[in-house]
Design a protein around this ligand. Structure first.
Ligand SMILES: Cc1cc2nc3c(=O)[nH]c(=O)nc-3n(C[C@H](O)[C@H](O)[C@H](O)COP(=O)(O)OP(=O)(O)OC[C@H]3O[C@@H](n4cnc5c(N)ncnc54)[C@H](O)[C@@H]3O)c2cc1C
Length: 448
């Protein structure tokens, strides 16, 4: 259907039937059958790909690391722009800690490159997650309480906009675009590279405390965890994970990252968490920051359905509801926020929920290809819990309904994003995402 020579100007191209197409079509959460996958090598080739898509009237999906839980970085039909070749990681100025990272780099590669220089960037927990998708969503990493979100370290970006122009966004050039990119997702163009100010971190305390507990004590554990996190040193970020294991005693895992190699300070911060419940294992040790990024492997033949909600606080009723969800076989993770994350003004970036202290992520594994309704059934307890939330995070959002978009972007944030969208993507070329509609076009999601 497509002549390869038409699009060769836009880098490597894969079409159905070619060697490598199936692998190129698939992402972590979706198989995909796009008409073509284009792998540009620079901004000019990204612009050529967009030009071709416009002329051929092809919907566009953009991919960096391919971990979108909504499967947004592939499609059935249309063009996928896969940025895997735009993956350079460069320390521009060691003293000022300025780094420039290609959007197609993985966070594992970023951490490995920065490590020898005694630098790090807090950005998620998984090595193969892409810089582009995680950063544009916000980026809740292992040092979020010490250094904020990944977007809080972003100082600039190179972007190819819908009309094929290459623009630089910074505090002085297109500041509205930079504001929107910091949390507003892939709505505003193809981000080619991002500039960050890295953190002066070489080694951290990292590992898990595993608790043995009776399922009845889960709400108490959640309450105790929340109270101690509120009082805790900001260098400590934790995630409390409850994973249902059939036929086994209930185990809860508290993954901890203390953003320093200082043993006395880490021991002080961790001490209350070592008393929270009977400890089955305690594996916290000093590691290079790059070693904290792990790899998540999805078992073959299953798909994961993911939901999340942000809370200002969890009262007893909510802790009981979370325990109930876990009791129904849903895996639950509670991530601590607060600290530096909470000191960024709500309107400084497009991630507005700075008063949240807990990010709750719930996931369930289902056989691949089940009907959408089955996921809702498996997560039947979720809506009642989410109704008490103060917002949601697009990075961990499987669905992308108007209500999901409204949960992620409160009214004033959405309106401002819609105005930026109208300026940089008035035709909504970048629609395969948690979509912001250009101001003046269609209904805003809050009225859905
Ligand atoms: C195993 C796993 C662990 C995770 N851990 C964390 C975590 O610890 N913290 C956290 O905050 N999030 C985490 N996430 C969520 C993650 O941030 C999102 O899934 C994110 O979208 C992944 O980025 P990606 O580049 O790999 O994804 P992709 O699927 O490539 O991109 C996702 C979407 O972002 C947009 N996009 C991506 N790149 C670009 C670009 N260069 N220009 C314009 N738009 C672009 C597109 O709309 C695309 O559909 C995790 C997800 C998974 C699956």
């Amino acid at each position: 259907m497509f002549s390869r020579t038409d699009v060769l100007m836009a880098g490597e191209v894969l079409t159905p039937g070619q060697d490598g197409y199936d692998e190129a079509a698939a992402t972590v959460f979706a198989a995909g059958t796009p008409d073509l996958v284009v792998r540009p090598r620079d901004a000019r080739e990204v612009a050529a790909a967009l030009d071709y898509a416009r002329a051929a009237r092809l919907p566009v999906s953009v991919r960096s690391g391919g971990h979108s839980p909504a499967g947004h970085s592939t499609s059935d039909g249309g063009m996928v722009i896969d940025l895997r070749y735009l993956r350079g990681v460069r320390i521009v100025d060691r003293d000022a800690r300025r780094v420039r990272v290609g959007a197609g780099a993985t966070w594992g590669a970023v951490a490995a490159t920065l490590q020898p220089a005694g630098l790090a960037l807090t950005a998620g927990d998984t090595a193969s997650v892409g810089v582009g998708g995680l950063t544009l969503a916000g980026g809740v990493g292992w040092m979020v309480r010490r250094y904020g979100l990944a977007i809080d370290a972003v100082t600039g970006a190179e972007v190819v906009t819908a009309d094929g122009k290459v623009v630089r966004a910074s505090a002085t050039e297109h500041p509205d675009l930079l504001w929107a990119l910091r949390g507003g997702g892939g709505n505003f163009g193809v981000v080619v590279s991002l500039d960050f100010t890295a953190q002066p971190v070489a080694a951290v305390h990292y590992g898990a405390i595993t608790y043995r507990l009776d399922a009845l004590h889960v709400p108490t554990l959640i309450g105790g965890w929340q109270d101690w996190m509120r009082a805790s040193d900001e260098s400590l970020t934790t995630a409390l994970t409850l994973v249902p294991v059939m036929g086994q005693p209930t185990l809860a895992m508290l993954r901890c990252c203390y953003a320093s190699a200082d043993p006395a300070a880490a021991a002080r911060a961790l001490e209350p968490f070592r008393r929270l419940a009977p400890v089955a294992a305690d594996e916290i040790r000093v590691v290079p920051y790059a070693a904290v990024l792990e790899e998540a492997r999805m078992p073959p033949g299953v798909q994961m359905q993911v939901r999340n909600a942000l809370f200002r606080s969890l009262d007893d009723e909510r802790a009981m509801a979370i325990a109930g969800l876990f009791g129904e076989g849903v895996a639950v993770e509670l991530r601590s926020l607060g600290g530096a994350f909470g000191r960024v003004p709500a309107d400084a970036t497009a991630f507005a929920h700075r008063d949240a202290t807990v990010l709750l992520v719930a996931g369930t594994m289902l056989p691949a290809g089940v009907a959408p309704g089955v996921a809702d059934e498996a997560l039947a307890g979720w809506p009642a819990l989410a109704a008490h939330a103060s917002g949601a995070y697009t990075g961990f959002l499987g669905p992308a309904t108007d209500a999901d978009v409204a949960a992620a972007y409160p009214g004033a944030t959405y309106q401002r994003l819609a105005a930026v969208k109208r300026r940089y993507d008035p035709g909504n070329v970048f629609a395969r995402n948690h979509n912001i509609r250009p101001a003046g076009v269609g209904r805003p999601p809050m009225s859905a």
